[in-house]
Design a protein. Structure first.
Length: 356
């Protein structure tokens, strides 16, 4: 039974270990801890846990105190494992502390990791046969150490249903917003993002972290084209239209767009249209055909196809789950872990846009 069905808050256990990165711990509490329903109800009970409760060293010059232990981890609705560079990269299959591995395997909800916390999940055997990501600097080591896991180093996060992994520290923000969006809809996630002053959907690719020569001054970015396109999603925009905004050839624009976002221009446009369709399904009574028109898909059939690929459910099922969130009329029934509601990991979904 989900936390909401049981009439209680969703318990999130944030697992910390010696050498924990304070930024990762803080962002989980900031994002999930401040999530509210339209009526102002607190949605998550976030608890900091450790294998042995008490004083925990960080990678900074101050410690933290973890009040809770592995009993809370095993009973949580969601467990988030955050990185400890002191030990993560040294883990091997089956090399995790037995008590910690047992607690993670007992979790009946979902388990997620930020940065190299994915090494912990892999060492516990939770990622075998699954797709996963980790910090790009550790991706090769991860792939060699855990050959049973399919490593995707070009994404912000990977959602495998019961198990999720994210890339570097800042990608934890994207993961937390994804969890909120999956549980409570786009409107609640957007409000958390606004309060925290971060974008609900972040762009940017791993290409930003590849060493390359500094661009010549005359080279321009493609951000103006993206800004121009967002209020025009309902129009039939072409690649040539976008390139013209930046006064570039289509070939040059396409290359630079992919360097900056990790996506082709049309993949990016499809993602933004799916985002717009989400908002309309949550906040309006528009027919599916009208949502398709206003989001730029043209027909209901096209919307259904792209929505199923990007979100994992039909527009009708999404509306039935999250109807009224955007209008502030109270929470509809939640999806919860394992329902498939929320961005999927198929082609063109924002969960696979880029790396942090």
């Amino acid at each position: 039974m989900s936390a909401r069905a049981a009439g209680r808050r969703h318990v999130v256990a944030v697992l910390v270990r010696d050498g924990v990165l304070p930024m990762e711990l803080g962002l989980v509490h900031q994002l999930l801890g401040t999530a509210r329903s339209p009526s102002g109800d607190v949605l998550y009970d976030v608890r900091t846990c450790a294998p042995s409760p008490g004083r925990i060293r960080t990678d900074a010059d101050f410690p933290i105190y973890a009040e809770h232990g592995l009993d809370v981890v095993a009973a949580a609705d969601t467990v988030l494992v955050i990185a400890s560079h002191e030990s993560d990269e040294g883990l091997a299959p089956g090399g995790l502390d037995a008590a910690l591995a047992s607690a993670l395997r007992q979790v009946r909800g979902r388990v997620a990791s930020i940065c190299t916390g994915s090494f912990v999940l892999a060492a516990a055997g939770l990622l075998d046969g699954r797709r996963a990501t980790t910090h790009w600097m550790s991706a090769d080591l991860f792939a060699r150490t855990f050959p049973a896991v399919t490593v995707d180093a070009d994404v912000l996060y990977v959602d495998e249903g019961e198990v999720l992994t994210s890339a570097g520290e800042a990608a934890g923000i994207d993961l937390c917003l994804h969890l909120i969006r999956s549980d409570h809809g786009a409107a609640v996630a957007a409000e958390v993002a606004r309060r925290t002053v971060v974008p609900p959907h972040r762009e940017g690719g791993q290409a930003q972290y590849i060493q390359r020569p500094v661009p010549e001054p005359q080279l321009t970015s493609t951000s103006a084209a993206r800004s121009w396109a967002l209020p025009r999603l309902s129009e039939q925009l072409t690649l040539a239209d976008l390139a013209a905004v930046e006064s570039m050839s289509v070939r040059t624009f396409s290359r630079r767009f992919r360097e900056e976002t990790g996506l082709t221009p049309m993949q990016w446009l499809t993602q933004r249209r799916v985002d717009r369709a989400r908002e309309l399904l949550e906040s309006t009574d528009h027919t599916i055909d009208r949502v398709a028109t206003e989001a730029g898909f043209g027909t209901g059939a096209s919307l259904r196809q792209h929505f199923a690929l990007g979100v994992g459910v039909s527009p009708g099922a999404y509306r039935a789950t999250f109807r009224g969130l955007g209008a502030g009329s109270g929470l509809g029934p939640g999806a919860g872990p394992g329902t498939g509601v929320g961005p999927g990991t198929g082609p063109g979904t924002h969960s696979a846009t880029a790396r942090t």
